[in-house]
Design a protein around this ligand. Structure first.
Ligand code: ATP
Ligand code: MG
Length: 419
């Protein structure tokens, strides 16, 4: 894409009341727009990153058999009354509204109830189980605090996966697979080193749930981390019993601030009981379906990447989710040979289906570099009169700042390798 055509422009300042680093950087670089506190729109660069994050998540969830669906955000009161979760005294972050005829409806804060209700149409025999279904769908939550930029908003897309199993053992098998899929997702998104599988409170049907917590001062949670075992415990459940249940040692643990980027939950028969979601087993006996739920917030992940992988100059996207693979910059004057060569390289990159942002603007080199640092595309390729004289291009890694001169053939090999 030509940078001159990108309607967003970088900004020196973020919105006045913005306090969180992720929202400041993402607003200044033109990825997001703040509509109001706790509600952000995605701009073209932001959409590109979100789509890539969602693609990584979808690939790993598909790999464990998840089937994608898309439930409505408008929800029926009666369905929620079955589990006693309609009442504002029980769930304090509901957004509710009314139809013209005064019927109350809710705006989804999660989807266990409608999905369990729906599955009654499809589950009746042991032959129908196990399976899992997921979606990327908007959740509305009237959060009390919305001060962490795009990491805690009142409207956000969640990847929510739900599993349906015949019994506890079958459920545990899937739960372990989901745990592994989650670890793969966070690793592919460049957060593997800093993300810990964390014991958290489990609710009625299991002792613990697992959260995936990424270490950052911008996080709202406090966890105790065993860096060698790569396991952590949320402060909420931190006590001697938890420590002895994974074999952790008080002394090996370090207190850290972290953000919950995902979590996985054993639901037991809590929802299947309320909706009478049952099946007949091989002996013809009626059994309750055992469920699990597994959430990830793609926008919270985008915010976490912005927090964790940035520096004082701006964002640093991992290749997997970067809006473009290459930021191509020409330092030649308009109409010069250098500019011609840059255009030529731009065309070749496009032919090779390498995503490239070409800064074709007529602005100072310093401004181009500052914008490039702020936007954070992993590889910068500069063509100048100097590189032309050597028959090479200058490449600079946004991550480690490493610079070198290579020829175009080498550049293509490098880009193919890091696709
Ligand atoms: P938290 O403890 O941070 O309030 P939660 O436990 O309510 O989150 P879930 O309901 O399990 O979270 O949601 C699954 C995932 O959705 C979370 O792990 C997080 O990544 C994301 N998420 C939750 N709340 C928000 C929010 N307000 N804004 C953005 N993402 C969110
Ligand atoms: Mg939580």
């Amino acid at each position: 894409m030509l940078q001159s055509k990108l309607f967003t422009k970088t900004k020196k300042e973020a919105p006045k009341d913005e306090v969180s680093k992720n929202a400041i950087l993402l607003s200044r670089a033109g990825f997001i727009h703040k509509e109001m506190s706790g509600a952000y729109s995605l701009l073209p660069l932001g959409v590109k990153v979100m789509q890539k994050i969602m693609k990584v998540i979808a690939e790993e969830i598909n790999a464990i058999g998840g089937q994608e669906l898309f439930l409505t955000s408008l929800q029926e009161k009666e369905v929620w009354e079955k589990t006693n979760r309609w009442d504002d005294k029980v769930v304090d972050n509901w957004f509710k509204t009314k139809l013209k005829n005064d019927t109350e409806v809710g705006l989804a804060f999660t989807h266990e109830e409608p999905l369990t209700n729906l599955m009654k149409e499809y589950v009746s025999s042991y032959r129908d189980l196990p399976f899992s279904a997921y979606q990327f769908q908007t959740k509305f939550r009237n959060e009390t605090r919305a001060k962490s930029g795009i990491m805690r908003t009142r409207e956000f897309i969640m990847k929510d996966l739900y599993s349906f199993s015949k019994d506890e053992k079958e459920h545990q098998d899937f739960y372990e697979k989901a745990k592994e899929a989650y670890t793969k997702i966070f690793t592919r998104l460049g957060l593997g080193d800093k993300t810990y599988t964390t014991f958290a409170s489990g609710g009625t049907f299991s002792k613990y749930s697992h959260e995936f917590q990424t270490l950052t001062d911008a996080g709202e949670d406090v966890i105790y981390v065993d860096k060698d075992k790569k396991i952590a415990v949320n402060k909420e459940v931190y006590n001697d019993e938890v420590l002895s249940d994974l074999g952790l040692n008080k002394s090996d643990l370090v207190e850290e601030k972290a953000v919950e980027v995902g979590n996985i939950f054993s639901l037991g028969t809590r929802f299947s009981e309320s909706f009478d979601l049952t099946y007949l087993d091989e002996k013809g006996e009626k059994k309750l379906v055992v469920m699990g739920s597994y959430g990830i917030g793609p926008a919270r992940l985008m915010g976490t990447i912005a927090e964790v992988l940035s520096d004082e100059k701006g964002l640093i996207w991992p290749t997997t989710v970067a809006p473009f693979a290459v930021h191509l910059i020409s330092l030649g004057a308009k109409g010069s040979k250098t500019e011609e060569e840059t255009k030529n390289l731009y065309r070749q990159l496009q032919e090779r289906k390498i995503e490239v942002l070409y800064d074709d603007r007529d602005v100072r080199a310093g401004e181009k570099f500052a914008d490039s640092d702020l936007i954070g595309i992993p590889l910068r390729v500069v063509i100048s009169d100097k590189t032309m004289a050597e028959g090479k291009v200058e490449v600079k890694s946004r991550g480690d700042g490493g610079e070198r001169m290579i020829d175009e053939a080498e550049l293509f090999v490098h880009l193919e390798k890091h696709r």
